[in-house]
Design a protein around this ligand. Structure first.
Ligand code: AMP
Ligand code: GLY
Length: 419
């Protein structure tokens, strides 16, 4: 029998965690949601506790003291610190992989070698510890080429170089970011990108609806890479046969491979894909929900999220299916001026919540903080405007309508999400 009156602890403070809190609180089985540290948008949904995401000791202490029934880890940093391992050691059910399983995201070198061992299609690559050797290699290889730093570099560790000069410069830039000193140089893949996420118990996988992230800052997918300026769900031209192929060739080999190597993976596994003319290939895996994909995926979900997360923890994913609503969902990110290079923070935010609600627009907070009564921008990505609709166009029009109900000095957004 399923238990009710659950207390859930969500770890994180961004738009992804606001969406998770919103969806979890909608479950009739959940009576209480805590968020650590949470954000002002969660007011009325969750009790925010001021513990930073990387304070493993305080987080586990809190979960134990408050009899949390399930901990849900949003960002990658606490996974890399072994928060899951520590919670599990104390007998607290946790949705999120162990430190060893999260290596699939936290070390790009490990992930590439893992993909090779399990024949998961990915770009051909070479790994260098010596910067000069990497430079010599790109001189011979030529452009375009992709240069990546090992480890978590907050999205700054990847350069897609289109010219020889850019490639050599990328080796220098990336070598400063490379944690373990290792640099990956890989072939540049051509195609459409898509994000495909599954919930897994380490044996079987329950697919989430496909999504497309818009990582570049400028309209038409130009400009520098960002944490993500918007997302559309489902991803364009993504059908059941493509999904089956991605599961068979990429996702299931990864899940089975992790288990076979003694790193059983429980949580959400995110495959960042390039859909090439030769078929889908893995660009990377993430060990967590995508941001901002999650903000557009969860409003499409009719099923109870807590049932799914629990199935992953209890090893019963094979018996789960998810009901999705028809149509589409679009998330547009409102960012601070200067983002991503030099975001100007601390501007006061105005939100007309009544009009947003009347228009059926969801507003997830990505980077906000309270200064007394005032809501202030505290990150480069500030708000997520989310709308569902009968089609991507309709959902996009709803999300852009929502943008007229929020404002702060210097606010900008991409104009082409979903168009
Ligand atoms: P990653 O963090 O590895 O997903 O890389 C960030 C972004 O860089 C991806 O979303 C792609 O847009 C781009 N990228 C990474 N690897 C490649 C590749 N091999 N070929 C083309 N683009 C890539
Ligand atoms: N949307 C990209 C990511 O979450 O890594």
């Amino acid at each position: 029998m399923k238990r009710d009156n659950l207390s859930i602890l969500v770890i994180g403070q961004g738009g992804r965690e606001h969406a998770l809190v919103w969806k979890l609180k909608a479950s009739p089985r959940v009576s209480r949601v805590y968020a650590a540290p949470g954000n002002p948008g969660m007011h009325g949904l969750a009790e925010c506790v001021p513990i930073p995401v990387n304070d493993v000791h305080q987080l586990t202490h809190f979960a134990l003291g408050h009899h949390v029934d399930l901990a849900v880890i949003g960002p990658e940093a606490p996974l890399a610190l072994g928060l899951s391992d520590e919670l599990m050691r104390l007998g607290i059910p946790v949705f999120g992989p162990t430190k060893a399983a999260a290596s699939i995201e936290t070390s790009k070198v490990w992930a590439k070698q893992f993909m090779s061992r399990h024949r998961i299609p990915t770009a051909d690559y070479s790994i260098f510890t010596d910067v000069d050797a990497a430079r010599r290699y790109v001189r011979v290889h030529g452009a375009p080429v992709v240069v990546k730093a090992d480890g978590l570099a907050a999205g700054k560790g990847v350069v897609v170089a289109h010219t020889q000069d850019e490639a050599e410069q990328a080796v220098d830039t990336v070598s400063h970011l490379a944690e373990g000193g290792e640099i990956i140089v890989e072939d540049c893949l051509v195609g459409r990108e898509a994000s495909f996420l599954v919930i897994t118990d380490g044996m079987s996988a329950v697919p989430l609806i496909s999504a497309k992230d818009h990582k570049r800052a400028k309209d038409g997918d130009r400009g520098p890479n960002t944490g993500g300026m918007g997302a559309i769900v489902p991803a364009p031209l993504f059908d059941a046969s493509l999904q089956a192929r991605i599961l068979e060739e990429i996702v299931m080999p990864a899940i089975r491979g992790l288990s076979a190597e003694g790193r059983r993976y429980v949580g959400v596994l995110y495959a960042g894909l390039m859909l090439t003319s030769q078929g889908p290939m893995a660009l990377e895996f993430n060990a967590r929900f995508g941001d901002p994909e999650t903000q557009a995926i969860l409003p499409m979900m009719e099923s109870d999220l807590v049932d799914l997360l629990e199935a992953a923890v209890e090893g019963t994913c094979s018996s789960m299916t998810i009901n999705w609503r028809d149509g589409a969902c679009v998330c547009v990110v409102a960012a601070s001026s200067g983002y991503p290079e030099n975001p100007q923070l601390g501007k006061e935010i105005h939100i007309d919540a009544d009009r947003a609600q009347k228009d059926g627009v969801l507003i997830f907070h990505a980077g906000t903080r309270l200064d007394g009564e005032k809501l202030m921008a505290s990150e480069g990505r500030v708000l997520n405007l989310v709308s569902t609709g009968g089609s991507v166009e309709e959902a996009a029009s709803g999300a852009y309508q929502g943008l007229s109900h929020v404002s702060f000095d210097g606010m900008w957004f991409r104009n082409d999400i979903g168009s």
